[in-house]
Design a protein around this ligand. Structure first.
Ligand SMILES: Cc1cc2nc3c(=O)[nH]c(=O)nc-3n(C[C@H](O)[C@H](O)[C@H](O)COP(=O)(O)OP(=O)(O)OC[C@H]3O[C@@H](n4cnc5c(N)ncnc54)[C@H](O)[C@@H]3O)c2cc1C
Length: 595
């Protein structure tokens, strides 16, 4: 395994620390073993999954089940689990690689995620030794298929509002009743991670086998996309669940639910990156062969802009996803622990929960942009089922809805930072106060100049964007105090600024690393980072203006806006020339050029 390069092991610290000196794990640092796993996963999806997708879209779940088994044989299901339970026990970067590559077939990625992330992880992270021994080897070989049953007809985002009941019996067992909704793998799973309230109050988690009397699933949902994955209600009619199938503690089900979601969000970001890679390849090939006005449409500036922008946005997300994976691995490496002990993994993933939410929101929105442009580049052919562009477009839409909607995650990003600050885990309040004093001085200088190394202007712009993010968040905390959570519109602006900062910095760090390693695409990576930072700075300014105008008025607002202008005195780069260079490389390669 490569030692991930990173200076900061605290989640959210990037907002307060300078870009200079920070390191990041990047796809260019993959080990031989990681490259091999990427290749195995790629070949599995291309040769074994995609050829049977149509059958799965007709709900042939025997095929889906056999593919889960095949993924188990190849070791793809067990990356996060030690060998003692039948896994392969590799690092989180490898886990991201698998998620990213499996996402080349979105329907199967949902089935795979339902198993490897939503069933295996809760049992590994919260199970007793007996539960792990009993269920994990069979789940990791694919002999058993699992599903995760949290949502209900009346509670989706408000997951703790669940109505499903678990009534404690004198012999220690529980009787579960209720209905769960939208359960991935619901039509054929053998095992369900079910959330229900003990005695109507204490939110708890259980391992429920389909073989238990009273367990059944409802009809398949008629979905917009992911037609090759099963989604059904789960019906629990007085299901007797033995005491030993309680997962975690009574009343602590939220710990299971929220930690699994953290993990899931981080992997969903990787899946979005995987989907975008595929679509960029399709768009590039189509644009090179489709002729209009006597020439390939790839020659037109409007199409070049699209191909380049798809690539640049994907580059930023891929960079932030692997950077986060590297940070989690570095944190784990610094915590001596037994491989069978899941608690350090939980702590490391929780440490980077803000980054996981960013990966989920920014990743899913990047993917929707890329897939929309893929349809557009295909013209009429993008709107019909003869080409995969149409299916990708439908399949991806749900990424903004599940694993916590993008609205809920947008609230969580600044919300979690504020909580960490109030707990004293992050010196955000002091930094915001110092910044306020500094920037409200009329004579305050713009952020200091570059150092002659590559991307000096971009690093300067990033420093300014960080200050703007800190200023907006600090002012929001000061203005609203305890009632900040009621100010969702302001929180969304702040969230968008923070996402742009983390994405842009991840792209810059990767381009710098590639320059230092003399990677063949380093100059194109630098172009991509320059375009992303230039556009991000404009978005940051616009979001900050809206947030500030909601929080202040009159002279105070005017002073703040003057400070904002001083900070973000950014000369835009020639994005047209940079994008053309990237587009031409994408067309020449017939696909995504990085990673
Ligand atoms: C294909 C598919 C597969 C799924 N798989 C699973 C699965 O395997 N297991 C499982 O348990 N669930 C699963 N889900 C359910 C999914 O997690 C929920 O749909 C999701 O959490 C949103 O809940 P909801 O649909 O009830 O929407 P709601 O919570 O009703 O939200 C509706 C809208 O209101 C917004 N909203 C809600 N609350 C707030 C708030 N406080 N502030 C601001 N905006 C708010 C939301 O962002 C959204 O835009 C799946 C869903 C789909 C479509």
């Amino acid at each position: 395994m490569n030692a991930p390069v990173s200076t900061s092991s605290r989640g959210g610290a990037w907002l307060l620390e300078p870009t200079e000196g920070a390191g990041a794990f990047t796809p260019e640092q993959f080990s031989e073993e990681q490259r091999l796993i990427a290749q195995t996963a790629d070949e599995f999806v291309q040769q074994e999954v995609l050829p049977v997708l149509e059958l799965m879209e007709q709900k042939d779940w025997k095929i889906a089940r056999s593919l889960v088994q095949r993924a188990g044989e190849l070791g793809l299901l067990g990356v996060d689990v030690p060998e003692a339970y039948g896994g392969v026990g590799l690092d989180k970067v490898t886990s991201i690689i698998v998620s990213e590559r499996v996402a080349a077939c979105a329907s199967f990625a949902a089935t795979f995620g339902g198993q490897a992330n939503l069933t295996v992880l809760p049992i590994f992270l919260f199970g007793t030794e007996a539960q792990k021994q009993k269920y994990l080897p069979k789940l990791l070989s694919g002999e058993l298929v699992g599903a995760y049953a949290l949502s209900e007809p009346g509670s989706g985002s408000d997951a703790l509002g669940a109505k499903a009941k678990a009534v404690r019996q004198p012999d220690g067992s529980f009787v579960l009743s209720g209905e769960k909704m939208w359960i991935t793998n619901g039509g054929f799973a053998d095992l369900f991670i079910v959330f229900a309230k003990v005695d109507g109050e204490q939110f708890s988690c259980f391992i429920v086998e389909r073989a238990f009397k009273g367990v059944s699933n409802g009809k398949e949902e008629h979905k917009m996309g992911l037609l090759g994955s099963s989604t059904t209600p789960l019906i629990l009619q007085d299901v007797k669940v033995p005491a030993e199938n309680l997962l975690g503690e009574v009343g602590k089900g939220h710990k299971v639910a929220f930690n699994v979601l953290n993990f899931g969000r981080f992997k969903l970001g990787a899946m979005c990156s995987g989907g975008a890679r595929v679509a960029i390849g399709e768009a590039a090939k189509y644009a090179a062969q489709r002729k209009q006005f006597g020439q390939p449409i790839a020659n037109f500036g409007a199409i070049k802009h699209k191909l380049a922008e798809m690539t640049i946005r994907q580059y930023a997300i891929e960079s932030l996803v692997y950077r986060t994976g590297g940070l989690i691995d570095a944190t784990l490496a610094a915590t001596p622990h037994e491989a069978t002990d899941g608690s350090p993994v939980l702590a490391a993933v929780e440490e980077f929960a803000v980054e996981a939410s960013i990966a989920k929101v920014a990743g899913s929105e990047m993917l929707d942009y890329v897939l929309d442009e893929n349809v557009q580049i295909h013209g009429g052919n993008g709107f019909v089922a003869d080409y995969p562009a149409e299916r990708h477009y439908r399949d991806a839409r749900v990424n903004r809805i599940f694993e916590g909607t993008n609205e809920i995650n947008r609230m969580l990003i600044p919300g979690m930072l504020v909580r960490r600050a109030l707990k004293g885990d992050l010196p955000l309040v002091a930094a915001a106060r110092q910044l306020q004093a500094e920037i409200l001085e009329p004579s305050a200088p713009a952020v200091a100049g570059g150092d002659g190394r590559p991307l000096a202007d971009e690093r300067r712009t990033l420093a300014a964007c960080k200050k703007v993010g800190l200023m907006a968040l600090g002012l929001a905390m000061q203005r609203y105090g305890q009632s900040l959570t009621d100010q969702q519109e302001v929180l969304m602006y702040v969230s968008d600024i923070l996402m742009d900062v983390y994405s842009a910095e991840s792209a810059v760090l990767r381009a710098l690393d590639s320059q230092a390693r003399k990677i063949g695409t380093a100059d194109l990576q630098t172009d991509a980072a320059r375009v992303f930072v230039s556009d991000a700075a404009a978005r940051v300014e616009s979001n900050a203006r809206c947030a500030l105008a909601a929080m202040a008025e009159g002279d105070t607002l005017r002073t703040q806006l003057a400070a904002l202008r001083r900070l973000l005195k950014v000369v835009p780069v020639d994005t047209v020339t940079l994008r053309r260079r990237i587009a031409e490389a994408v067309t020449a390669k017939g696909g995504y050029i990085f990673g």
